[in-house]
Design a protein around this ligand. Structure first.
Ligand code: GUN
Length: 292
């Protein structure tokens, strides 16, 4: 909620700045100035829900959103054509291709095609490469890890000099989260599927970010007393008493971990809204770059 109200303020400011400078693509203050285009491929229910939530959030802060739905059995070229159209459209400031893509499409090929100037997901290899390099700045940072770091900042949790452990090494969350923590001067270890004795490593961590997709994998006994835990996992588990027959849990066993940690994010409702807030923030940043 904090993120959304902050963004609303920023969007108001953007309207003022653009109108006052008299440059760029000026629209009346009643119509949105920044715009994002979302490409949804296939009919995965979870992806459709994520896209719907992102569009709703855009509406709530005055960012215009366009959506292109591409059938599951479409060709990669069809997605590339949509990306190319949005790259060339000056009224579009952000392009988001919802992942995962169907297995017959080359994800990297498609992400490579997004203009780095509109890469509000921060998944383009040039943006990721810059994130990994000292002294270089990416134009955009991936939204979920950026949201994790923003949470730490907002709650005044120091990162510099801390031992941080990231569980999972995905391109979307684990790897960029580790890079961001390192940029903030944490000493970072990544745990992955081949790591031996992960619990010994997590027990040394002051900060844990978990994005592995294994329900309740991290137990209370894995955690150092007072550690800060950010749980990115969203895993369905059967629950006959729940309305849909399942409920969502994180990678961290919340019941146990919340008794040991000094701070922990809930699932759902912890990191999820931050991902969306950071997407809005990246889109606003892109619009400001283009207009000013
Ligand atoms: N799939 C899961 N998380 C994300 C995300 O942050 N961005 C996109 N584009 N797809 C996702």
């Amino acid at each position: 909620r904090n993120g959304t109200s902050l963004l609303r303020q920023c969007v108001g400011q953007l309207r003022f700045q653009t109108t006052a400078s008299g440059r760029g693509c000026i629209r009346s203050s009643s119509s949105p100035i920044s715009a994002i285009s979302v490409i949804l491929v296939g009919d995965r229910k979870d992806s459709a829900t994520y896209v719907r939530n992102k569009k709703k959030a855009c509406d709530s802060v005055g960012i215009k959103s366009f959506e292109v739905c591409v059938a599951e059995d479409s060709s990669e070229e069809e997605v590339l054509r949509s990306v190319s159209g949005f790259n060339d459209d000056p009224s579009v400031h952000g392009i988001l291709v919802q992942l995962p893509l169907p297995s017959h499409m080359d994800e990297q090929n498609i992400l490579n095609a997004v203009s780095i100037e509109k890469d509000v997901d921060g998944f383009h290899p040039l943006n990721i490469g810059r994130l990994a390099m000292r002294g270089r700045e990416p134009l955009f940072v991936p939204c979920t890890p950026k949201g994790c770091i923003e949470l730490l900042h907002r709650y005044n949790i120091g990162i510099k000099g801390k031992r941080a452990v990231v569980i999972g090494r995905s391109n979307i969350v684990g790897m960029p989260a580790a890079l961001l923590l390192q940029r903030e001067d944490a000493t970072v270890t990544i745990i992955h599927s081949r790591t031996k004795n992960p619990e010994e490593i997590t027990r040394e961590a002051d900060i844990i970010i978990s994005a592995v997709g294994q329900a309740n994998m991290v137990r209370g006994s894995w955690i150092k007393p007072g550690a800060v835990i950010i749980d990115v996992g969203i895993n369905p588990v059967e629950d006959s008493s729940a309305a849909r027959g399942y409920r969502l849990v994180g990678d961290i066993c919340y019941e146990e971990a919340s008794k040991v940690a000094s701070a922990i994010t809930p699932v759902p409702g912890g990191v999820g809204p931050m991902t969306i807030a950071m997407l809005l923030s990246n889109t606003l940043k892109s619009a400001k770059r283009i207009h000013n």
